[in-house]
Design a binder for this molecule. Structure first.
Ligand code: ACO
Length: 759
């Protein structure tokens, strides 16, 4: 569990790191195998295991927080000794109460939930080992925090959620993944398709390495970091442990990729060390690599990293601009179109025998798939950002309860805090029924009698205490305040809801909804997918809101003779969907709606961006490609397939033109008389400029147009240059310095155009 050593140039360090990796892999496999085997245990053994992590409920004063076996196995355990499963009546070595007093809350818990809890138990036991083995105090502290968090989740049957000052991911925008993708679009769009693809693959490799990178502990960085830097590093290190590193081997914790939740600050703090270690590692492994991989990682990758380094540390790098709008290279778009043209269904075909292998293809493999993948990654990232935004706004508005929160939200929060409990209880003629169960059945019988005054009390009593009927009790502060009495007919595939009520002063608080959702989840776990009920005329509205309908999905032959008929009530049914976790349903749907709404808003904001109009028509140009109009591609417009399938010769011409224009533009920008033309004229400094000049032009705009592949022919480029000069000469009088600059620049670029055979 210790971090990677700071310097790993010595072969022994590298060997150790490889060993560490192998060890990590085998540890992950071991954990997964352990989880599989635990899930295959018989039910009693599972319950016993969970009992060890469950507090005693025998009486209020008992503080025992886990059942301890009175006959502990020998330490160390004998490998071949048969393990004896304890009985529910076995007393706890600590508090002397029985095992069943520790596990009574698991009675209504289905198999799936038990398995989830056992998964957490395996993670808790691993974390326990980590805490003990870890020598670094910062890391140890975090392991211990996560250990306690998971223990609490087992006790409370809740989902692990890291809370507190660390905040929720993502922590910086744009993310490292976005920044590195921008870097490829910013730096390499002019390259040939094959070279571009290589850079794209190197970027992916870099991100992959970072996602699996083991950070140095803050203490190893003490010597060469200021107090302030160290404090910031420590925060990110802790976040990385909680959200990336530990969840990679404790899968009950939510896992995030490092490159999706951290941004430039994090990358700056790890880049130098990571580069050194990576390159050392590749050098050490070079003899085992195939030749093409060797060239890639020993020649191209170091250059790639040097260029990336410039962008990471340069204060003006555009790749970290949240509004960066790099263009996907023309050849990638063209290949997408070609694919769409040959496959109108839009389904991406995989390479088949006889076709070129991706690496041989001069379009660089399957760019459409790669593009889609990168779009998916962008979408994932956008969704992660939105989820974090929503979480934050939820946290901020928790005190004022949201007006439009789902009906059952308050009940769920109370349940999470342990104020509400749900217990499935029943009378029994064959087994001893606990005193508490009896008291709760009596309390439920009272609630039903009060809330259903037209129902004879004796009848209610008979059914509530009938062993064939079960009762889902809603217990608040130790007392049942509502419940549902039901009878399951597994052979017929349905359950009859006989009574359903919430005590009057607790109604319309969402308890009825949450109760019904628990009942639905309980039935799905038990393989029953239909409810039937005779609803009182006043309760039809409530049942409708719980998904019941008068249109029954079950034929009468299935329920006739089984269900009790009531006069003056309406028979209603509800079909359950086993893919839904009903207690989460409203919250999940609501969240999905909010995410979708935000995604649409973001897309609309992009599309509604107003671009400056085209000026080229004023200069005699009669036609421009539609896709070159700024903003068109962002709306989802796809250029016609015929254009996209240009011959490779035409594509080459396009690339040559791009490179030539880039060279000319670069020399013009560095020319001594170009300084007045570098940026658009400042509206504040020259207030009347735009009254006179309707089609302004400058080198910044031209650079952006070049990057956006607007200059699909030389005429568009020359027109912009000329426009820049004529604007300047129109606004300024001949004796000014500006006019002089314009004349000199005009001569200069004409020479350059001639030199490149463009005039
Ligand atoms: N008629 C119409 N709508 C109702 C009724 C009703 N009688 N009761 C609740 N609702 C609505 C609520 O307004 C709420 O709607 P909303 O989400 O749009 O705001 C929704 O149903 C759920 O409300 P909850 O707060 O979750 O439900 P509650 O905790 O109030 O429990 C229950 C509902 C059990 C019906 C309760 O009101 C009650 O005990 N009523 C008296 C007893 C009764 O009539 N039981 C049903 C008899 S039929 C039978 O038992 C098979």
């Amino acid at each position: 569990m210790s971090a990677i050593p700071e310097s790993s140039s010595a072969p022994s360090d590298l060997e150790k790191k490889n060993e560490d990796n192998k060890q990590k892999q085998s540890n992950l496999q071991r954990i997964q195998l352990r989880k599989q085997s635990v899930r295959a245990w018989p039910a009693e053994k599972k319950i016993e295991k969970l009992g060890i992590y469950s507090s005693c409920k025998a009486d209020e004063n008992c503080k025992c927080n886990g059942w301890k076996n009175p006959n502990p196995p020998p330490n160390p355990p004998k490998p071949d000794a048969p393990s004896q499963v304890s009985s529910l009546n076995d007393p706890c070595r600590g508090c002397e109460h029985k095992l069943k007093d520790h596990v009574s809350h698991l009675e209504t818990v289905g198999d799936e939930e038990l398995d989830r809890l056992l998964g957490i138990v395996v993670d808790v036991e691993n974390l326990f080992m980590c805490v003990h083995k870890e020598e670094d105090s910062d890391t140890k502290q975090v392991y211990f925090y996560l250990f306690k968090l998971l223990r609490k989740c087992i006790l409370q049957l809740s989902k692990p959620e890291v809370e507190g000052p660390l905040g929720k991911p993502p922590y910086e925008k744009p993310s490292i993944a976005k920044g590195v993708t921008n870097f490829v679009l910013h730096k390499f769009t002019h390259l040939s398709p094959k070279e571009w693809q290589m850079m794209y693959d190197l970027a992916k490799m870099f991100l992959h390495c970072l996602n699996h990178w083991k950070l140095e502990t803050p203490s190893t960085r003490k010597q060469y970091m200021s107090q302030e830097e160290l404090a910031a590093y420590k925060v990110n290190y802790t976040r990385w442990l909680c959200f990336c590193h530990v969840p990679a081997f404790c899968d009950s914790l939510p896992h995030f990729d490092t490159t999706l939740i951290f941004g430039r600050t994090f990358l700056k703090s790890v880049f130098q060390t990571m580069r050194k270690q990576l390159l050392d590692k590749f050098k050490a492994e070079k003899d085992k690599m195939p030749p093409e991989k060797r060239t890639l990682v020993l020649t191209h990758f170091p250059r790639f990293l040097t260029l990336l380094e410039e962008e990471i540390y340069s204060p003006n790098s555009p790749i970290w601009d949240p509004n960066f709008t790099g263009k996907t290279p023309a050849h990638v778009l063209a290949a997408v179109q070609a694919q769409a043209a040959t496959d109108p269904s839009g389904v991406v075909s995989t390479p088949t025998a006889g076709k070129k292998r991706p690496a041989d293809d001069d379009t660089g493999g399957q760019p459409d798939m790669k593009r889609r993948r990168s779009e998916d990654e962008n979408l994932d990232e956008a969704v992660a950002e939105i989820v974090a935004e929503l979480e934050n706004s939820k946290q901020n508005s928790q005190s004022m309860f949201p007006e439009h929160a789902p009906r059952d939200e308050a009940a769920k929060i109370e349940e999470k805090k342990g104020l509400l409990e749900f217990h499935c209880i029943a009378n029994s003629l064959t087994e001893k029924v606990s005193r508490q169960t009896m008291l709760w059945l009596i309390a439920l019988q009272n609630v039903f009698s009060h809330q259903l005054p037209r129902m004879p009390k004796e009848y209610i009593t008979r059914l509530v205490f009938d062993p064939k009927h079960k009762n889902l009790a809603l217990v608040k502060n130790g007392k049942p305040i509502g419940g549902i009495c039901f009878r399951m007919f597994p052979s017929q595939g349905f359950s009859e809801i006989v009574f359903c009520a919430v005590t009057s002063n607790e109604q319309v608080k969402g308890y009825g909804t949450h109760l019904m959702n628990h009942l639905k989840d309980f039935h799905i776990k038990n393989g029953i997918h239909h409810f039937l009920t005779f609803a009182d005329e006043f309760a039809v509205g409530y049942f409708k809101k719980q998904g019941f309908s008068k249109d029954l999905k079950l034929p009468k032959s299935v329920y006739g003779g089984y269900i009790k008929e009531y006069e003056g009530a309406t028979l209603m049914g509800c079909e359950l969907n086993n893919k839904i976790v009903y207690v989460e349903f409203t919250a999940v749907v609501r969240k999905q709606k909010e995410i979708l709404k935000k995604l649409v808003e973001r897309r609309q904001a992009e599309i509604r961006k107003v671009h400056p109009g085209l000026t080229c028509f004023k200069d005699g140009i009669t036609e421009v490609p539609v896709e070159s109009i700024p903003g068109i591609l962002e709306t989802g417009f796809a250029p016609p397939a015929a254009k996209a399938t240009r011959s490779s010769e035409e594509r080459m011409d396009q690339e040559t033109l791009y490179n030539t224009l880039k060279t000319i533009l670069h020399s013009c920008k560095t020319y001594q008389y170009s300084w007045p033309f570098m940026h658009p004229v400042d509206r504040k400094a020259v207030p009347d400029y735009y009254d006179h000049i309707k089609f302004p032009m400058d080198f910044k705009t031209m650079t952006e147009r070049l990057k956006a592949n607007y200059y699909v022919n030389k005429r568009l480029f020359i027109a912009d240059l000329k426009r820049m000069i004529s604007n300047c000469k129109a606004y300024n009088s001949p004796e000014t310095e500006y006019y002089n600059c314009a004349s000199n620049l005009e001569k200069y670029f004409n020479t350059k155009l001639r030199d490149h055979n463009l005039l």
